[in-house]
Write a protein that binds this ligand. Structure first.
Ligand code: NAD
Length: 424
């Protein structure tokens, strides 16, 4: 079966094509008029920058980066910054569009944006990384501001990088502007609970799903691809709920143990050694094969385009929880749907990060900070309400959770666009 599917004419796995195809499916069901479609299918602003960075050996390297704002009908643009060799303009466009839908699904008053720099931060020293961050912040600052566009962490960007970004912007305007980025360290205006917010929000959604669909979490086998900001706390949270984390993959290796790992010890091991490979009691497996390991819950928490028409037939999980953005192609969605595998979509599942980023922005603007319990309780309320709305929409329209989340989000953004009107 998989041979037949992988031999069909290849369909674009370009992330922006995929984001647009997902949009089209929901827009068709909404009977969205062609004018609004044209507005929402395109990104509002796209900035490409080529900027020099002084390296430690005295040489100058020119890097390319992007900041894309997809839509700002519901509020200022919001979205992370990615530092990775595979960043491209189309990837950033897709991620910006998904941010618009994500903010709308959870009902927070932001539009969608994303940024990225083509680089391999693992090959940069700390001072080179700081130089790159500060120069990139300056280059894109014409789009950025606490009322305009607020970046946050994404793949390979950290609270320290957000802190450099905030400092660079603040130096230019002559006073401290903590609300210009989120995901900062708490010493410079970061929020309690932001570091683990994406994982915590995903767990809130998983628990809502489990309650509603009578899916037993106690003893459920979990495989996680990506053990970074999102994947690693998620492993611990799921273990606390009684799940067994049996497989974990990172870029440089993957491990498997059918009896399950101690997630907290694995996190400690990674912190000490820089890798998950070699963890006590684990067998090494190929990172690409990890998605096909026997499990109940599969959690892509790395990059997009991981579950495609080439491997969807071989996924053994009953539930795919998209902690990453864009891990599943529309063709894979269809195959998983036919096989009865439920996919909890990215724009719902990983919205906990941007939700607590919103809380951080609100706290910064008010200079009034909440304790962690308050942050987590508010997050839980937002995530469970969003899940209920998406599940209801899925039932009403008899569609997948992904299409339901898109229907909900697109109708909210379309409504704001219609209500504001087209200027002039
Ligand atoms: P990160 O840089 O902290 O971690 C990424 C992880 O993915 C690392 O463990 C890396 O080794 C692994 N990885 C990369 N390529 C891989 C491959 N080919 N196979 C297996 N593992 C691979 O990034 P993150 O912040 O945890 O982001 C992960 C995903 O979650 C991304 O899709 C991101 O857009 C999404 N996301 C992040 C946040 C956030 O708050 N950080 C919020 C929403 C969504």
């Amino acid at each position: 079966m998989s041979t037949t599917r992988s031999s069909v004419t290849p369909i674009s796995e370009n992330a922006f094509d995929i984001a647009r195809r997902q949009f089209d499916i929901a827009a068709d069901l909404l009977h969205l008029d062609s004018n609004l479609r044209a507005v929402l299918r395109n990104c509002k602003r796209e900035l490409t920058v080529n900027f020099p960075v002084k390296m430690d050996d005295g040489s100058i390297r020119v890097f390319q980066g992007y900041r894309v704002q997809h839509n700002i009908a519901r509020g200022p643009a919001k979205g992370g910054l990615r530092f990775h060799p595979s960043v491209s303009l189309d990837e950033v466009r897709a991620l910006a569009m998904w941010m618009t839908w994500k903010c709308a699904v959870v009902g927070i008053p932001f539009g969608g944006a994303k940024g990225g720099v083509i680089c391999d931060p693992k090959r940069l020293s700390t001072s080179e990384l700081e130089n790159l961050t500060r120069r990139f912040a300056t280059e894109i600052s014409l789009l950025i501001g606490p009322d305009r566009d607020i970046p946050a962490p994404d793949v390979n960007t950290s609270p320290q990088i957000m802190s450099w970004f905030m400092d660079t912007y603040s130096m230019a305007v002559g006073h401290s502007v903590p609300a210009v980025v989120t995901g900062k360290p708490q010493s410079v205006g970061g929020s309690e609970g932001r570091m683990e917010a994406t994982a915590r929000g995903a767990v809130d959604v998983i628990q809502e799903f489990a309650k509603q669909r009578q899916f037993t979490l106690n003893g459920a086998r979990v495989v996680i691809q990506g053990f970074g900001n999102v994947g690693s706390p998620l492993a611990s949270f799921l273990q606390n709920l009684g799940c067994r984390v049996v497989g974990v993959a990172e870029e440089n290796g993957a491990i498997y143990n059918p009896r399950g790992f101690d997630a907290s010890r694995l996190r400690l091991y990674k912190r000490e050694t820089g890798s998950i490979v070699g963890f006590n009691g684990s067998d090494p497996v190929y990172p690409v094969g990890v998605l096909e390991l026997p499990c109940d819950i599969l959690i892509p928490a790395a990059l997009e385009g991981q579950i495609t028409q080439r491997n969807a037939d071989r996924i053994k999980a009953r539930l795919v929880v998209e902690a990453a953005n864009g891990p599943t192609t529309p063709e894979a969605d269809a195959i998983l749907g036919e096989r009865g595998v439920v996919v909890v979509p990215d724009i719902l599942c990983n919205a906990g990060g941007v939700t607590v980023s919103y809380f951080e922005w609100v706290q910064d603007l008010q200079s009034f900070f909440w304790d962690e319990d308050e942050v987590n309780q508010r997050l839980q309320k937002v995530m469970s309400r969003a899940y209920q709305s998406v599940a209801r929409t899925a039932d009403d329209h008899n569609v997948s959770l992904r299409t339901a989340a898109h229907i909900l989000a697109i109708s909210r953004v379309a409504d704001a666009t219609r209500t504001r009107g087209i200027f002039p």
